[in-house]
Design a protein around this ligand. Structure first.
Ligand code: ATP
Ligand code: MG
Length: 352
């Protein structure tokens, strides 16, 4: 039986990066061969950081184009924009009513924001609830994500359990699916590569920009001729995204002190440029790599969203048409028509 796969990328920057591709999107492309693939553009989530509607829309189109360019096939993957299905916000509210604040206070993203002294909006604080609603609304079995999102999937399972315990068995518990070997791709500063940290190597960056960024990767001050440690080197970690004989030769040269960081960085440039190769054989590949106006190409209508494909009809069935959501919104019926079995919720004992 094919599994229901669900995941997404936030349009929080102009372009997907290597971490998004190796950690998540490559899995989306693989899974569409055998499973039921549901992939969305998480624009509501991006609103925690992007407050310019024009920018958000442009970023969303880019992510959509990159999905298609990198191999998501609209005939095999249902593709939509999160905000087209506002019912997830309804489910998010219902989940928030059975979820303890303590659970959310343990979220890594929230804790990092506090530690950095950033202002925390309710959107950021409640992010895991909206993410849970995204997943649970579509009865997902599998959620392909990078390592940073595993905690959110665990929280999603917790929230589904609180809900089911309170209102009856309505929500399906999902599992995270991690890409083998590419759990956490480092950025040029050695932290997790993240759109919001400004430390990314974009999948479609032009060669000049890419070279400049790669040459600026932070490394240790080990002098030339000394052995380098591949295990702790960000440049080597990025080389590891491209396994093969070359990588083993590079490892040996690191350990023997036969290579400096400068050369290792130069060798990385063509590899990263090649990461976007699937796009060149896609019928959605726009002319001019890295050009800012690709999305004006054939897949887009004047409104900017794909039309002529099964995914469109499927999302329409799930999205704007309220009637077709009637039976799917079983969570609302369960929460508002059934008698709550527990008062207060089960979270009271475990998540304070
Ligand atoms: P933001 O900084 O806005 O959170 P992001 O770069 O973390 O953006 P997301 O849109 O949050 O990207 O993540 C989309 C998918 O890519 C998620 O499944 C996430 O786990 C995965 N991902 C993001 N960054 C990495 C990374 N550095 N290594 C592996 N997977 C990653
Ligand atoms: Mg993220």
């Amino acid at each position: 039986m094919p599994k229901r796969v669900l995941s997404g990328v936030k349009p929080s920057a102009e372009m997907m990066h290597l971490g998004n591709w190796f950690g998540a999107v490559r899995q989306f492309v693989e899974l569409q061969e055998t499973e039921q693939n549901y992939i969305f553009i998480a624009d509501f989530h991006a609103l925690t950081t992007v407050h310019n509607a024009r920018q958000l829309r442009a970023n969303s189109r880019e992510i959509a184009t990159e999905y298609l360019a990198m191999g998501l096939d609209p005939r095999r993957t249902v593709l939509w924009r999160q905000s087209d299905v506002p019912e997830v916000c309804e489910l998010a509210w219902l989940l928030s009513c059975v979820t303890g604040k303590g659970l959310l206070e343990r979220a890594h993203g929230y804790k990092a924001a506090l530690a950095e002294g950033r202002e925390v909006s309710m959107g950021l604080f409640c992010y895991p609830i909206l993410m849970a609603a995204d997943i649970l609304a579509y009865d997902a079995d599998l959620v392909p994500v990078g390592e940073d999102q595993v905690q959110h999937i665990e929280m999603t399972r917790d929230m589904a359990e609180y809900f089911n315990h309170t209102f009856g068995e309505v929500l399906r518990l999902p599992e995270a699916r991690l890409a083998k070997g590419f759990l956490r791709v480092p950025g040029i500063d050695g932290q997790k590569m993240s759109k919001s940290y400004g430390n990314t190597l974009g999948l479609f960056e032009d060669e000049k920009t890419l070279r400049k960024k790669i040459m600026s990767i932070v490394t240790s001050s080990t002098p030339m001729g000394q052995p380098l440690d591949p295990e702790t080197c960000t440049v080597f970690a990025l080389h590891s995204l491209f396994p093969g004989e070359d990588l083993e030769v590079l490892r040996a040269r690191y350990l023997a002190g036969e290579i400096g960081y400068g050369e290792a960085k130069k060798l990385l440039v063509p590899k990263v440029l090649e990461a976007a190769t699937p796009a060149t054989s896609s019928r959605f590949w726009p002319t001019g790599r890295g050009g800012r106006d690709w999305w004006r190409g054939p897949p887009w209508t004047a409104a900017g969203w794909p039309r002529a494909s099964p995914m469109r009809s499927e999302t329409e069935a799930w999205g704007p048409s309220r009637r077709s959501w009637g039976s799917r919104r079983r969570w609302a019926t369960a929460a508002t028509s059934s008698i709550s079995r527990l008062s207060p919720g089960p979270w009271n004992c475990c998540c304070r």
